[in-house]
Design a protein around this ligand. Structure first.
Ligand code: CA
Length: 234
């Protein structure tokens, strides 16, 4: 059973979310502050698949919770619950490590659809579906270990989230091909994703900061203006 950490200070919203998650077959733990969320995560030894984080909280805000959880786990799926446009801009602009966001007010079906899609992306669901014999994927100085789901550059490990890992896998399997943003969005976030294509750019920026020597002048992950991105290995 998938375990969801729900951090929301408004009791009515938290209860509503938890009831609907239980109805959808998830196990969830609700907390009402960021400090409690971090504590619950650590006490459980990171035993959560997804965290839903409200942005406006009484103590540390949802962005800070996201940062702290990300320090402990690259594997955890993180969805921000945002109320205002400014917060969405911040989710997009700050490289806080969130995988997705849902805008309040949201319907139970929208929320569970996003969680399901995220779980599929990060391979929490049954089996993972990778070919048994395929161990790793190499492209230039990069190697993806498909079993441990880790990225290496010149044999040094690079910490990536599972979503970033999937994007890297897509690029490395399609080296030299210009990939449309909408295609990347569909492949990684799923057909039914209702969010903005900007989430692709946010993740690309983050990946560049991790893999490029000069993120503003990328050697490997090129922008194709008005189209998308291309993975280039000389
Ligand atoms: Ca709040």
């Amino acid at each position: 059973m998938r375990r969801i950490l729900v951090c929301e200070d408004e009791d009515a919203i938290r209860d509503f979310v938890i009831i609907n998650l239980q109805r959808a077959g998830y196990t969830s733990v609700g907390v009402s502050s960021g400090e409690e969320a971090v504590a619950a995560f650590l006490e459980s030894d990171g035993n959560f698949d997804v965290a839903l984080l409200d942005v406006m909280l009484p103590g540390i805000d949802g962005f800070e919770v996201c940062r702290r959880l990300r320090q402990h786990s690259q594997k955890l799926g993180i969805i921000m619950l945002t109320a205002k446009t400014q917060e969405i801009d911040k989710v997009n602009g700050l490289m806080i490590g969130a995988d997705d966001y849902v805008i309040k007010p949201f319907s139970p079906s929208e929320l569970t659809a996003r969680i399901d899609a995220l779980c599929r992306r990060i391979g929490i669901s049954e089996g993972g579906g990778k070919k048994e014999d395929e161990q790793s994927l190499t492209s230039g100085p990069f190697r993806l270990d498909l079993k441990s789901r880790a990225l290496y550059k010149n044999d040094a490990i690079i910490e990536v989230t599972q979503v970033e890992f999937q994007i890297m896998e897509m690029f490395m399997r399609n080296a030299g091909a210009a990939l449309k943003r909408s295609l990347i969005l569909k492949s990684i976030w799923g057909e039914k994703y209702v969010g903005d294509e900007k989430i692709v750019d946010v993740n690309i920026r983050r990946i560049r900061m991790k893999i490029e020597d000069e993120p503003s002048n990328p050697k490997f992950l090129h922008t194709i203006w008005g189209y998308g991105y291309k993975w280039v290995i000389d």
